[in-house]
Design a protein around this ligand. Structure first.
Ligand code: PMV
Length: 343
């Protein structure tokens, strides 16, 4: 077989109910269900070329620069999926990738990059007539999960759910499913990502998830996440902004509370993270705004607000929040429409 090619762009996502902790058995199975907004602007664009070879050989470029230091993560991913795609073990695989957001801004690229790579691999499997086109997205979500858990949710928009949950029909621990039955209010929600700290992640997700296994509050956390999934589902369906804000902020703070109470413990928020949260809360109290925040496993703040408030929220960012961002940097993002095939 000659060289096969594929190119996809795939977005990042921001969890509303967080995945933090894996099941003790299996590979990358979540301890609780999670749900996220799929973003529009923060994306990875990946092209792959696959040609026959004696054994697997992988080369990866980021922004045109060869990146041998990315190989261990990619090889682990390929080891995990090689049983399903045996041709990977007899191929020369060239991966050419870039992100739309600046590298080193503290934005995790694993969800967008692993979902883009998973889509390229599945696309090649379709070209080889080993995978039905109709099964491609679900398979891409399943294997993206094996690269980085949260990546499985980036396959679907406007929202995606991952993990078995009694209120979400068809939900699975193996792959994400789209969540589309939401109030129109949430279909174009905005997310301004305030870049507080561009440092390297202090705790890798792998270590973070592992710390939940024997965490004193682990079981309670999984129970609360399950309840929060039901609450957010009805808030999203009914356009109930007050309940939405309450669940989303509580989830963000619980994620950080878990990190602060693990062994070893971490504080990933910075003083400016808190300063931004206080400003959002003050503005909300003063002008009755339906604005809220969420956090990832880091110091950056995702400032969430309805599209109808876009102008006023953006001038609030410039006047009140930008000063707390490193080098004044922030990214204006919003809910997007999911991945796209480019070649
Ligand atoms: O996909 P991972 O293993 O990098 O974990 C992501 C964890 C959080 O971003 C903190 C939460 C989530 O659900 O995305």
């Amino acid at each position: 077989m000659s060289t096969l090619r594929s190119k996809w762009e795939s977005p990042s996502n921001i969890a509303l109910v967080k995945y933090w902790g894996k099941q003790p058995e299996g590979v990358q199975l979540p301890a609780n269900a999670s749900i996220s907004f799929t973003l529009s602007e923060s994306k990875t664009i990946t092209a792959i070329d696959v040609s026959p070879a004696e054994q697997r050989e992988v080369k990866i470029w980021l922004d045109g620069d060869l990146k041998p230091d990315f190989l261990p993560k990619i090889e682990t991913f390929f080891d995990r999926i090689a049983e399903q795609f045996p041709w990977l073990d007899t191929s020369l695989i060239h991966i050419d990738t870039k992100n739309t957001f600046p590298y080193g801004t503290g934005i995790a690229s694993s969800a967008s990059s692993m979902s883009a790579l998973a889509l390229c691999i599945c696309d090649i499997a379709v070209q080889r007539h080993e995978l039905q086109e109709s099964e491609m997205m679900s398979k891409a979500s399943e294997i993206a999960r094996l690269g980085s858990g949260s990546a499985c949710r980036s396959i679907y928009a406007p929202l995606a759910e991952w993990g078995r949950h009694y209120d979400f029909e068809g939900s699975s621990d193996d792959f994400a499913t789209p969540f589309i039955d939401v109030s129109p209010l949430f279909k174009d929600f905005c997310d301004t990502i305030l870049l507080v700290d561009s440092g390297q992640k202090e705790v890798s997700s792998t270590i973070g998830h592992a710390l939940i296994e024997n965490h004193p509050f682990g079981e309670k956390r999984f129970e609360l996440a399950t309840v929060n999934m039901s609450k957010i589902k009805s808030a999203l369906e009914n356009g109930d902004l007050d309940s939405f804000m309450k669940v989303v902020e509580s989830e963000a703070l619980m994620l950080h509370a878990l990190m602060m109470t693990s062994d070893p413990y971490f504080i990933l928020m910075k003083a400016n993270t808190l300063a931004i949260i206080e400003k959002i809360w003050a503005e909300r109290g003063k002008n009755k705004r339906k604005w809220c925040f969420t956090l990832d496993a880091g110091a950056n703040v995702h400032f969430l607000y309805p599209a109808e408030d876009e102008q006023i929220a953006k001038s609030f960012v410039d006047k009140e929040l930008k000063q707390y961002c490193q080098n004044g940097l922030y990214i204006c993002d919003r809910i997007g429409s999911g991945p796209n095939k480019l070649i």
